[in-house]
Design a protein around this ligand. Sequence first.
Ligand code: 2HG
Ligand code: ZN
Length: 415
Amino acid sequence: RRLAVVPQGGNTGLVGGSVPLFDEVIVSMSRMNSIISLDPLAGIVTCEAGVVLERLNEYLEERDFVMPLDLGAKGSCHVGGNAATNAGGIRFLRYGSLHGSILGLEAVLADGTVLDSLSSLRKDNTGYDVKQLFIGSEGTLGIITKLAILVPRKPKAVHVAFFGLSSYEKCLATLVRARSELSEVLSAVEFLDRSSLELVTRHLPGARDPLAASYPFYVLIETSGSDAEHDNEKLNRFLESVMTPSSGAGDAPGGEALVQDGTLAQDRTQMKALWKLREGIAEALMKNGVVYKYDISLPTDKMYDFVEDMQRRLGQRALVVGYGHLGDGNLHLNVSVPQHSTEVHGLIEPYLFERVHAHKGSVSAEHGMGQCKVKYLHFSKSPEAIGVMQRIKNLFDPHGILNPYKVLPARSAPT
Ligand code: 2HG
Ligand code: ZN
């Protein structure tokens, strides 16, 4: 009947991708929630799109596997939505993008055709990899209904350390050290600034600063490996190296140690508490008032300049915080105000995206385009690339009924 539809998973997106604008019908995926099978030999799980990420992860952990994806919204988001939005999250550094982990999928096209690309082969080099188009298409090319996902073995030993640092440069140097000294066991490197930590400790019950003094920056490092003794040894050597004052040689700025203070979680509860300080920032910001959210990819050494520049630009009008996936060059720049302010919003956009473009960054590192970023697509994609995207959209959805007004700017009618 050519009715416009909006596919909706857990509705946890941050760019309005699963929210209708006009009279679109919401297609909720929540009852397509079966886990179909797990092939333990190949490490491939097959499930329906509406399975909640945390539930799938629990199912896998019981069988000694783990999802290659983890994010703050795990308790509500659906794996179909994760695939449709190409969600990034905190395991990206270790397991990479869903473009690599999703081996196959089933999708329903605009005309009702069920496209079976549910291959569960590690290798399949038979021409165009059509399923990739659906990953990150945000429901604009078809509705993902099933997935086959490559799942790694559950790590036997996980450690989490939380550091206080005196400058962003030291966060970068700590990242470099972690990469070289923790190498294959390194599974996450996240950072947050002091304002982010203060928001979490103020708004989330039970959250407390684990360090004795305050620092302008914090880095959370996680290791995951198969041999607790080996990982422990590596981590202890790393801790010693980042906490010992340097001679000024190598990657460390001279004199002071890279890390001023730090704590290592002793058990699962402490590990969760440290992760909460990073994963709880989004929730704490929501409790603090109205928030303008930005999720940008930048050269890692430039990331915090963007936060400081925005702080200077907005002055007393707003609180600007910076945190994110340091190891992936993905900054979450958020601006908190007591109530919506057209003035503040106008000072942020399009200024921020113009700067991102000037630094060859991306206007969306992991949250997608949804409805909020559509008009800024051209800052990250060339006219030729947008033209190809439009042609693909026309091919899959000639009547524009799949999640309209999302991802791509309005187009002319198909010829
Ligand atoms: C995170 O990494 C999420 O915590 C949310 O991607 C980021 O709130 C945000 O802007
Ligand atoms: Zn994130």
